[in-house]
Design a protein around this ligand. Structure first.
Ligand code: UTP
Length: 296
């Protein structure tokens, strides 16, 4: 087989500096990314998915009031000793899933939430000259293989820039970056253009970008211009659109179900789906849901 060798994806950027206004007042002093999905915060779901995909360095782009996010991944000696002395080894195992490998968490700050593109630019120095992943913790996946691992496997064949994509209802295109497709084999869609948040009547397709990306470091050339796009924000989609024609830019259809935990309905749906799959509480939750049928 004549397969090209691309630089491995070792680093992932987690932009977590947004305001999370859709969850106010819950997010007034607590980061949105700390909202729990069953038993672990959204950021931990993204962290575990990244580890599964072989990510070695975790870069958080944080802002004011986001300190809890780094603390969550710290070693907690008192807690671990207490659980051990009480023989609560199952809990101890759960706590250990949130430990960051030593020397692998890097923090940079975005002083003002000027947009996703600007948040990624804030990680420029930490990324250096290698391809990297971007993971929006708002997007959570139920799948046999994590979304990023699926993407990395595909990237190893295609290289270039790659975004996770899915078809959305036509009326929802104005919430997403939408693909203008040149070629589509049902798994990988070659992109000839990208439009950020188009009105349904202007959308070139319904295939839309969701929160997982693999990007080449050249993306920083455009981001460094600080050009504002849709909504007056510095948009990552615009920077990717500028790569078209210079580097491969592909959409990747992942296998599995994605939940938009950036809003209340998607977050509640994710909690239902993840709890139904949980070995300890799944049956109880199923009974509770059934008990509400036709009552409210
Ligand atoms: P969202 O578009 O969901 O924005 O950002 P938000 O501020 O978090 O939430 P709402 O819309 O006010 O409810 C998607 C991801 O990008 C990050 C967010 O933290 C989130 O993980 N982000 C967004 C930044 O880090 N900086 C920004 O300037 C914008």
């Amino acid at each position: 087989m004549n397969q090209k060798i691309f630089k491995p994806i070792r680093k992932a950027v987690f932009p977590v500096a947004g305001l999370g206004t859709r969850f106010l007042p819950a997010t007034k002093s607590m980061p949105k990314e700390m909202l729990p999905l069953v038993d672990r915060p959204l950021i931990q779901h993204a962290f575990e998915e990244a580890r599964e995909a072989g990510i070695e360095e975790f870069i958080f782009v944080t802002g004011r009031g986001k300190e809890l996010l780094e603390e969550h991944f710290d070693y907690q000696p008192e807690l671990e000793q207490t659980l051990e002395s009480r023989g609560k080894f199952d809990m101890l195992e759960k706590v250990k899933t949130s430990e960051m490998p030593e020397g692998k968490l890097f923090l940079t700050r975005q002083p003002k939430p000027l947009g996703l593109g600007h948040a990624i630019w804030c990680a420029k120095k930490l990324i250096g000259d290698e391809p990297f992943a971007v993971m929006l913790p708002d997007d959570v996946f139920l799948s046999d293989t994590g979304c990023l691992k699926q993407m990395v496997d595909c990237y190893n064949e295609y290289g270039g820039n790659m975004m996770a994509v899915m078809d959305v209802p036509k009326e929802d295109t104005q919430k997403y970056g939408v693909l203008d497709i040149e070629d589509d084999d049902g798994k990988v869609a070659k992109i000839k253009g990208l439009v950020e948040k188009p009105k349904p009547e202007d959308a070139p397709s319904t295939l839309s970008i969701i929160g997982r990306y693999i990007l080449q470091p050249e993306i920083f050339d455009y981001l460094s211009k600080f050009e504002k796009g849709a909504g007056g924000e510095i948009q990552l989609t615009d920077a990717i659109a500028h790569q078209i024609g210079k580097y491969p830019v592909n959409g990747f259809r992942f296998k599995g179900k994605r939940f938009d935990c950036g809003g209340r309905v998607g977050f509640i749906e994710a909690n239902i789906a993840f709890s139904l799959k949980d070995k300890e509480i799944g049956e109880d939750v199923r009974k509770i849901i059934k008990s509400y049928e036709g009552k409210i």
